[in-house]
Design a protein around this ligand. Sequence first.
Ligand code: NAG
Length: 104
Amino acid sequence: MDNLVLVILTLSCVMQSEGWLYVVIGNKTLLEGHPNQCFYKGLGYMNAKDEKIIPNECIKALCREDGSILFAGCGTHLSERPCKMIKGDLTQDYPECCPHAICE
Ligand SMILES: *[C@@H]1O[C@H](CO)[C@@H](O)[C@H](O)[C@H]1NC(C)=O
């Protein structure tokens, strides 16, 4: 069991090296009568497998079939070389809106 958890954690790190992931379980009351949909304040209802970018934040929300939402945010990139951080462009979609490090 512990091994399985470790494998899943390792896999999700490999697949999503861009940043953090966070899952919010759907609210049953709000999802009643909305099969295969998710609800998130600020985004409203979205269909399963749909993706939306949260306005003014570089966060992607992905609706899952069980009504939960997977949020993906930007990562922090560490480097040994001197790097300049370029501020993210919020007019772009995730992950293009994330801050980038430009290294010499
Ligand atoms: C779910 O949403 C309803 C309606 O907005 C709210 O009253 C309830 O507290 C919520 N439940 C949870 C667990 O957040």
